[in-house]
Design a protein around this ligand. Structure first.
Ligand SMILES: [Ca+2]
Length: 188
């Protein structure tokens, strides 16, 4: 399959134009491909309220309830991977930071997508450097051309923690705490 794809904004809608092998041309409105999909994570916060990885793709945002977040344990490079289930084109990824506090912990988040879920075999969409703040929403655009052939999207903190005034951040440990991950794109 050989397809050329470009992102276009039109009448407040984001479209991806696809040119197929037969030069047929069509445009499809992007949608959230992550909603309700399976999520794999590096670790889960091991104390109440335990966070279910599915909280990251359940569509709920803008709350201040730590039990409705997804939150990893404290580790150097925490990550979560969403299995889209269908080969997809990804335009951007939106990170909804937690609204209940500790928003500064979100920093240096790299987004990758690929046909494999192995980090070294995935292509980079982009990076949110930050640091963020509580309740902020960040859109990471994959560029003028979207990521092609994506089955898995991974959100990973790729640098040791810059925070030095919190015991949990000792030795550079991070934690990934998010209300939601939105993956905008289309199935192919
Ligand atoms: Ca959510």
């Amino acid at each position: 399959m050989s397809r050329d794809c470009r992102v276009r904004e039109e009448n407040d809608k984001t479209m991806i134009d696809v040119v197929g092998e037969n030069l047929e041309y069509f445009s499809i409105k992007v949608e959230n491909l992550a909603l309700g999909k399976n999520v794999s994570v590096s670790t889960i916060y091991p104390y109440p309220p335990y966070s279910d990885p599915s909280n990251a793709v359940d569509g709920r945002t803008g709350f201040a309830d730590s039990g409705l977040l997804f939150h990893t344990d404290f580790e150097l490079y925490p990550w979560l991977t969403i299995a889209l289930g269908t080969l997809s084109i990804v335009k951007n990824v939106i990170l909804h930071n937690r609204s209940d506090g500790h928003g500064r912990w979100l920093h240096n988040v790299e987004i990758r997508g690929g046909i494999s879920s192995v980090w070294s075999e995935m292509n980079t969409c982009g990076t949110f450097v930050g640091p963020s703040q509580t309740g902020k929403i960040h859109t990471i655009e994959c560029g003028a051309r979207p990521l092609l052939n994506v089955l898995y999207v991974t959100v990973k903190i790729v640098r040791p923690n810059y925070i030095t005034d919190d015991w949990n951040a000792r030795d550079g440990k991070n934690a990934l705490g998010l209300e939601e991950v939105v993956v905008n794109g289309l199935n192919v």
